[in-house]
Design a protein around this ligand. Structure first.
Ligand SMILES: O=C(O)c1ccccc1NCC(=O)[C@H](O)[C@H](O)COP(=O)(O)O
Length: 386
């Protein structure tokens, strides 16, 4: 529950919640809606002790209405998580769910259809194990003690203005499913430091162990090394627990992948990010995912991934195509766009800049050079001001 309550000397009560005051719930006639005052982080309600119970109940109702995940909906509706996702065109299925008769015997679900599905199935097991080891209340307590979040989007905006080219989110990734091991000598802090020195605005730290040889220890080590660039936790988020965990390790932003997450989970996870002061990079691959994401409130940053999930092929024309089709709506909503994957040359960067992006996310082309930081000037065709 995200709400809290405190008594003042005058026997009045203040209820705080992360939920916007604008949300009005249908209430039974016997329930007195408390007077609400909007604050930056939700609403405040000052009421007498006689009505304090209704204020507290109301805040809980708001939380329950908005802090809901697809997991909750599946219990309420009787539909499986996969049915909810499929209705939105999501092809990546979940594995660790109760079986439903409509999904057959289960035998045909034993083989993942592509690498992203394999990653998600592995992630379900990993997250369940991590949650069993460290319950949410403990992770929330560590997140509250973590160094404060830094402004991820602000850092990108400032760097884009400073250098008159898209800001760089430089990736710290040892290996990938498509390319295998990217470099033998891999010291995440050393790589992060040279990225920062050479003008990266933000860093993306892979934390998935099984498929990318990353770790949360790498994220924590970079955060505690004194590096100032805001950090994106590059993880396959399927549960809010992971967002609190990322925050507890010092992340300033997380990745939310539309190919994996139903709309209600994106909405819910965005609210969790906001309540923690973190940014969210919402990643899309195609028009259908982009259209879904554009209908979700609270999206500030969209990543267009140029890598096909099925074939691993990268094509920067994907960024151009999606911005040609939906650039107007994106601009209207003042959403900023990051082009991700497959950027190797100054021409590639110029191409996506012309398409309208304000940042690029780059891993392989930097990490395969001896000094990934010095490779930045090669990628942009000029040195970047840090
Ligand atoms: O990189 C992969 O092989 C991969 C496979 C399946 C899912 C995600 C994958 N990569 C994550 C990324 O989005 C990239 O690491 C990131 O955009 C940087 O791309 P690149 O510059 O091409 O390394």
């Amino acid at each position: 529950m995200e709400s809290s309550m405190s008594m003042s000397a005058a026997a009045s009560v203040v209820v705080r919640t992360c939920v916007p005051a604008a949300v009005m719930l249908p209430l039974s006639p016997s329930f007195t809606r408390p007077a609400l005052r909007t604050t930056g982080r939700g609403f405040r309600c000052r009421c007498s002790s006689a009505t304090k119970d209704s204020a507290v109940v109301y805040s809980r109702l708001l939380d329950d209405a908005l802090f809901r995940s697809a997991e909750v909906i599946q219990w309420e509706s009787g539909k499986s998580m996969n049915a909810i996702a499929t209705a939105q065109g999501i092809q990546i299925r979940r594995r660790c769910r109760p079986r439903y008769p409509s999904e057959g015997t289960g035998a045909e679900r034993a083989v993942p259809r592509n690498i992203l599905e394999q990653i998600i199935w592995d992630k379900e097991v990993e997250v369940a194990q991590r949650k069993a080891r460290t319950p949410l209340c403990e992770v929330k307590a560590s997140a509250a003690l973590a160094p404060p979040p830094r402004d991820f989007v602000g850092a990108l905006r400032a760097a884009c203005r400073r250098n008159a080219v898209p800001a760089l989110v430089a990736e710290v990734k040892k290996a990938s499913p498509s390319k295998g091991l990217l470099r033998d000598h891999f010291d995440p802090v050393e790589i992060a430091r040279t990225y920062e020195k050479n003008g990266a605005a933000c860093l993306s730290i892979l934390t998935d162990e099984k498929h990318f040889q990353g770790s949360f220890e790498n994220l924590e080590a970079v955060r505690s090394s004194g590096i100032n660039c805001p950090l994106l936790c590059k993880e396959f988020v399927i549960d809010a627990w992971q967002i609190y965990y990322a925050r507890s390790k010092g992340a300033d932003a997380v990745l939310l992948i539309a190919a994996v997450l139903p709309d209600i989970d994106i909405t819910y996870f965005l609210r969790v990010c906001k309540s923690l002061g973190m940014a969210a990079l919402v990643e899309v691959h195609d028009e259908r995912e982009l259209d879904r994401v554009l209908k979700i409130d609270g999206v500030e940053l969209i990543g267009i991934n140029n890598r096909s999930l099925g074939t691993f092929e990268v094509d920067t024309a994907n960024t151009n195509m999606l911005l040609e089709k939906r650039g107007d709506i994106i601009n209207e909503k003042r959403i900023q766009v990051v082009s991700e994957s497959g950027l190797f040359t100054p021409d590639d960067v110029a191409y996506v800049q012309k398409a309208g992006v304000f940042a690029v996310l780059v891993g392989e082309s930097l990490l395969t050079q001896e000094d990934p930081g010095r490779a930045i000037a090669g990628l942009f065709g000029k040195e970047l001001l840090p």
